[in-house]
Design a protein around this ligand. Structure first.
Ligand code: HEM
Length: 505
């Protein structure tokens, strides 16, 4: 459980009490950082690391060190684990987001051919506006083809999973879906976002996602717990920046692929946003590989595993009925066939509230990008719930930990529980302002002047479409870990008549 949010004793006077110093300590030089690093990677989980420190400081804002602890990287941060103080991280007037995407450690532009890509740019830098607008334009341009490309890629993935599961035979067949899903996400994003079909290039089609996995790993592994036997992990993965040259040949293959087959997208960057060809390709590759492929590769497996969990059979029944009701409404009058064709953005935005709420709840419980960072632009008072206020000095680094901020008991009932219907109805809609997975409230919009995920809407829509597609195709499925253990193909069931559907809704 989160400790109760710190709030100083209510004052009788009308004026708020003065800000108090931030509790916690960075510890003695070197030793403090090393102790925190070993706790973070070795002795505690990431969650435990933040929970324990919040409890021992009796505060949801406290000082700590965040690994890695390389030479030249200052690990001292102010951690934030409540929903109120977290919002400071979205305020461009308060925080500078320059080169701080994954924390004080920055893997550097070696991974992107020397270009400082958009995610590392602060809103004060003129290039940020250009690159963010380019990303938003790319999404607009791809919107008409997004649903059909998604569906055909998901179908291809599920065809292969189906046949592997059937071939597995035996009493307890199981098919791991991570590789097929990554392949599917990669092919889908190339077509939808870049406008380039990877099947034109055998190497890209076959190995593109693996290249991206290695490229991503080299950038973020110094900040991640991997689970390799200690102390090997500390010595080999967390002690120095991992070099970009190891993946340069693979990255260059993808660069040439985008240059040749994504020429229209690159032209758009030049004509409409004034971005040169080289920078456009590196930014496009970063959005494709890091933001989109990286984000979906983390989020979609969580989502499928949660819904397919053996304990979620009732949730699956309700989701299936909601999805099938939409399909039937499409095919009104044709009771024999409830395959109503392709889902679009409109269906998953308006007609599948439980699917959508389940996706939101997953993003609340397991945000794919758990940490957010920002450097104080000036001295300011960081406000939390009630009267709680803390003095932050210019230059200090704020580190928000979303999984705890989005389980803040001041905001969410039963915060530690997965409640699929949490975001339904009027009351549920009010909670969306506290859903922060996109580096901003779900009720705000990404814009050139902020740092919110450009694909905020389409990420949720895509996840909803995947869920809808699963229930269009299967009556039921089960997952253990990251493997499908049961896939029951859809039966054209006469019991699913429009009348029944109406009753069940
Ligand atoms: C599940 C998938 C995704 C997740 C979880 C995700 C999450 C995020 C987060 C947390 C940030 C803010 C990073 C920070 O500054 O701290 C971000 C930024 C961004 N995301 Fe996403 N994202 C996803 C998919 C996508 C996709 C499909 C695109 C495609 C265009 C995209 C484009 C961007 C861009 C351009 C930014 C930079 C915003 C800026 O610099 O102002 N993301 N994303």
């Amino acid at each position: 459980m989160l400790p109760p949010t710190f709030s100083p004793t209510a004052s009788a006077s009308a004026s708020p009490p003065p800000p108090r110093p931030i509790p916690g300590s960075h510890g003695p030089p070197v030793i403090g950082a090393l102790r925190d690093r070993l706790d973070y990677f070795w002795f505690q989980s990431q969650d435990e690391f933040f929970r324990r420190r919040a409890a021992s400081n009796r505060s949801t804002v406290f000082r700590t060190n965040i690994p890695p602890t390389f030479l030249g990287v200052d690990p001292r941060v102010i951690a934030i684990v409540d929903a109120a103080a977290f919002t400071a991280l979205f305020d461009s007037a308060l925080v500078d987001k320059r080169d701080i995407l994954i924390g004080p450690y920055n893997p550097g532009p070696g991974f992107t051919g020397g270009t400082r890509v958009g995610v590392y740019l602060d809103t004060d830098e003129p290039d940020h506006e250009r690159v963010k607008s380019f990303a938003i334009s790319l999404l607009h341009r791809s919107a008409p083809r997004w649903p059909s490309v998604l569906r055909s890629s998901v179908d291809a993935m599920l065809d292969s999973v189906d046949s592997d599961l059937a071939a597995g035979g035996g009493d307890s067949p199981s098919v791991n879906y991570i590789v097929p899903m990554q392949q599917c996400i990669f092919r889908f994003l190339c077509k939808a976002l870049v406008g380039a079909d990877p099947s034109v290039d055998w190497v890209v089609d076959r190995f593109g996602f693996t290249i991206l996995d290695i490229w991503l790993a080299l950038q973020i592994l110094p900040t991640q717990k991997v689970g390799v036997i200690q102390p090997l992990e500390e010595l080999l993965i967390h002690s120095f920046p991992l070099p970009s040259f190891l993946i340069s040949p693979g990255y260059n293959i993808l660069y040439r692929f985008v240059e040749k087959h994504g020429a229209e997208a690159v032209e758009l960057a030049g004509k409409e946003h004034g971005i040169g060809e080289k920078d456009a390709i590196h930014n496009l590759l970063f959005v494709l590989g890091f933001n989109a492929f990286g984000g979906f590769s983390v989020f979609l497996p969580f989502l499928v595993a949660k819904i397919g969990d053996t304990g979620s059979s009732e949730l699956r029944r309700r989701l299936r009925e909601e999805v099938r009701a939409v399909l039937r409404a499409r095919r009104a009058g044709d009771e024999e066939d409830d395959d109503g064709g392709e889902f679009g953005f409109k269906d998953v935005r308006g007609s599948m509230p439980l699917v959508r709420s389940t996706v939101y709840e997953m993003l609340r419980m397991q945000p794919p990008v758990p940490l957010q960072f920002g450097r104080a632009r000036k001295d300011f008072v960081l406000r939390s719930h009630g009267d709680a206020a803390f003095q932050v000095a210019k230059g200090e680094v704020l580190c928000g930990y979303q999984p705890l901020a989005m389980r803040d008991p001041e905001v969410f009932d039963r915060p530690e529980e997965f409640v699929p219907e949490r975001f339904l109805g009027e009351e549920g809609a009010k909670l969306l302002q506290h859903l922060y997975w996109s580096n901003g409230p779900e009720t705000s919009q990404p814009a050139a002047g902020n740092k919110q995920c450009a694909a905020k809407e389409v990420v949720v829509d895509t996840a909803c479409m995947l869920v809808a597609e699963l229930f269009r195709r299967y009556d039921d499925f089960e997952v253990e870990g990251t493997s499908f253990t049961k896939l029951v193909k859809r039966q054209p069931a006469p019991s699913l008549s429009p009348a029944t559907a109406g009753a069940k809704q």
